[in-house]
Design a protein around this ligand. Sequence first.
Ligand code: AMP
Length: 329
Amino acid sequence: MYYNETSNRKRESMVYKKIYKKIKQYDNIVIARHVGADPDALASSIGLKELILNTFPNKNVFVVGKQTARFKYLGVLDKAPDDLTNCLLIITDTPDKKRVDGINPDNFNYTIKIDHHPFIESFCNIEWMDATACSASQMIIELALKTKLKINKEIAEKLFVGVVADTNRFLYSYTTAKTFSLISKLIDKTGLDFTNLYEQMYIKSYNDIKFSGYIALNLNITDDGLGYIKLDDQILKEYNVDASTPGNLIENFGYIDEIKVLIFLTEDTANNFIKCQIRSRGPVINDTATHFNGGGHAMASGAKTVDFEQGDELIEELNEKCREYNIGK
Ligand code: AMP
């Protein structure tokens, strides 16, 4: 145990050094993250850009990917440079190549991955993966505190938001002693004003709250403990919300006694598929999500089905997961 911990620490310190060396070496750096950006993906990539610029003001750093209006408070995104020769690419919060947003990693001659998802594939020159980290933002905080990258209060606040969002305010089990230790160091070092950050994260329109009410009143709950709801375009229009709204509300339904696994299936007419958000308080769900064009973490995954009929197959498989879980208990 002792030896393992020591060698893990050694491996980690080598990876911080290697990443810092590459950042120092390249004048032009592109940072990317996964499609369908959430606060952790945005905070880790934008926070890293700001760390680099705070340390090396003369470098050119671009954070690419689709802008998400809802999370504008985390910063704006850039257009990728036309000429990618001699650019370093750093990808945060993304386990596989196909989910990198806005850029093709194959066009870069040096790439770095910083990710906390379970392993899917290796596609970068440096791969720093830590599935025990609660968020990619936690890994960026770690990188900042272990290297000569210069952090300030504003950057610390962004990274804090990434950690809080992915852990759902330190509720989820992958919140560890290391998470609290890093956050404590971050507060000591930068004096970040964490209580003031919550309003921008948790403020909701009254429309969204009414829509939450619709979900609460119409949720189906099976005897095996699966909660599910199908949200078609008509109901989204009726409540004047968009296809990304259910995903922003799902954490509010995390602790319902009768539900072990929860899935929202939302019609996304712009992309022509059914977007599925899945959360669990027991059974592992990411293997089921991968059967339906998705993936993610053991207890928080996403998937895509072609229509609600295929959604029924996903519902059935998740219900089976709940049934097996209940028998095994
Ligand atoms: P979400 O439900 O969109 O908040 O996503 C929860 C987790 O699942 C995040 O780690 C996502 O990166 C991952 N995820 C969501 N959708 C997909 C997908 N279609 N394929 C692979 N991973 C996904």
